[in-house]
Design a protein around this ligand. Structure first.
Ligand code: SF4
Ligand code: SF4
Length: 471
């Protein structure tokens, strides 16, 4: 890149903030900042970290609080067991997440990025802290980064990357625990990698990926790789609330060319640029690189307090003045409606989620067979799924909706299933041929009941047979 651009330096307005004038990456080392938003973000980031690390180790009703056992198509969420046939539920959860993100962006811009995105949370709460702890404040870190290779630089970088490796490994293991189960993870960790090649490769690859992303790639992910960042300009409008510089109040900023009485409140200290983790100058307006982290708000408030001016030169705001009506914009109404539809779908599925699931299917092959006593025999399969964490006993009964005398034949009167287990039960229903005198089908009602809880499911199906005209 440098060779290609030899002699053609890029101007600051023509390049991303993470690139130097030759188009190569320049490491952004933001200054530390204190303030009310910083305090709240730190609290929220640590809370999210604790939730992420703790969830795989919390047990509810004897099972992991959150487990995505993809291999066995079993998902455990806060004591409830879901299986592959519960996929509508996951569709609604996913839809709510996407629509919630769209709604929050339309209302509050990239609120998610600054306050809850794992990319920001991990870097701010852990990796940047390690860096500060090992290398010192931003002045020392910049000096070290730009300076020649010395014994001090090698020592500090070795310690920093070793600590990065340790925390990356912990996070990769915690992440895998969501899929393998924490108990299984402990077993695998105490065993040899040869016994668990798949998980060993996943954990090693995950550690390397986290190390690369949080240790080196960092803000580049937000600026050039994150698809959500690319969408934000489509999702936001002039009423969206985001981090903004009040140019009316701040400009013309302090400069030797501007007479003192004409100067706005911005004292040109550049502190807002120094603290920005993506290296942008918010005074140029809302930009793609801004992750709404609020660091510049705290930084500018600190300066305004020092120069005895009101705080809020940089603050949460919108391009258009905010009114009550601005919350009822078409896109807000559309996103909210869709979000509520997804929420209703999820609630309906959760309310109707039972401790077991059953499905009645007609067995493949001939639709019916004739018995030696001239009765008509229909063959059905009942798929039973125990969706609880304890054994269950099922009883299956069948009745004719038209009161046709029927006879049910099954291998066992009750069916026992262990926690989370599934079973296929074959049933043979005998009906008198007269049941099909008028029609080639007659309705049946299957009832599957769990003996202990008395929970039951009713499924209506049709038995088929020969009409009078048929042999
Ligand atoms: S401009 Fe302000 S809010 Fe946006 S990323 Fe930079 S410091 Fe954070
Ligand atoms: S921190 Fe505030 S006063 Fe300082 S340059 Fe930024 S906007 Fe101006």
């Amino acid at each position: 890149m440098q060779k290609h651009l030899k002699g053609k330096k890029l101007q600051s307005n023509d390049r991303l903030t993470m690139l130097n004038e030759y188009g190569s990456r320049q490491t952004i080392i933001p200054a530390e900042v204190k303030g009310r938003f910083r305090t709240w973000r730190t609290r929220i980031h640590f809370l999210l970290m604790v939730i992420f690390l703790a969830l795989p180790w919390i047990r509810i009703n004897g099972s992991q609080a959150v487990l995505f056992d993809i291999g066995n198509r079993r998902f455990e969420l806060f004591g409830a067991l879901f299986q592959s046939h519960d996929s509508p539920l996951f569709f609604f959860i996913l839809a709510m997440f996407v629509l919630g993100l769209m709604l929050s962006t339309a209302l509050w811009g990239r609120f998610w990025c600054g306050w809850a995105c794992p990319q920001t949370v991990f870097i701010e709460a852990i990796y940047r802290r390690i860096e500060i702890w090992v290398e010192g404040n931003y002045i020392n870190r910049r000096r070290l980064s730009q300076g020649p290779i010395t014994a001090e630089k090698i020592t500090k970088m070795s310690i920093k990357w070793f600590l990065f490796f340790v925390v990356s490994s912990i996070f990769a293991h915690s992440f895998i625990a969501y899929f393998s189960g924490s108990e299984r993870l402990l077993q695998m960790m105490s065993g040899s990698p040869q016994e668990n090649w798949t998980y060993f490769i996943l954990v090693t690859g995950g550690t390397a990926l986290l190390l690369f992303n949080f240790g080196w790639f960092r803000e580049q992910f937000c600026i050039i790789a994150c698809p959500y960042g690319r969408f934000q300009s489509v999702l936001m409008d002039t009423h969206s609330i985001t981090v903004m510089y009040n140019a009316v109040r701040g400009e013309p900023r302090k400069s030797i060319e501007v007479p003192k009485e004409k100067q706005g409140d911005c004292v040109s200290c550049n502190r807002c640029v120094q603290v920005c983790p993506t290296g942008i100058d918010i005074r140029h307006g809302s930009q793609l690189e801004c992750i709404a982290c609020t660091a510049c708000i705290d930084a500018c408030d600190e300066i305004m307090t020092k120069v005895n001016k009101p705080t809020g030169l940089i603050s949460y705001g919108s391009v258009e003045p905010r009114t009550k009506a601005s919350y009822f914009r078409p896109r807000i109404v559309a996103y909210s409606t869709l979000f509520l539809v997804a929420l209703s779908g999820l609630s309906y599925n959760l309310i109707n989620h039972m401790s077991f699931n059953s499905a009645v299917l007609r067995a493949s092959g001939a639709p019916y067979q004739m018995g030696s006593d001239n009765s008509v025999i229909n063959h059905f399969k009942v798929n039973l799924h125990n969706q609880s964490h304890k054994p269950q006993i099922f009883e299956i009964t069948v009745e004719s909706i038209l009161n046709v005398p029927i006879k049910l034949t099954q291998a066992m009167p009750v069916h026992q299933l262990g926690a989370g287990m599934s079973k296929e039960v074959h049933l043979f229903i005998s009906l008198p041929q007269a049941a099909f005198d008028q029609s080639k089908s007659t309705p049946l009602r299957f009832k599957v009941q769990e003996v202990n809880s008395q929970e039951s499911r009713v499924v209506d199906v049709s038995a088929v047979g020969p009409t009078k005209s048929q042999p």
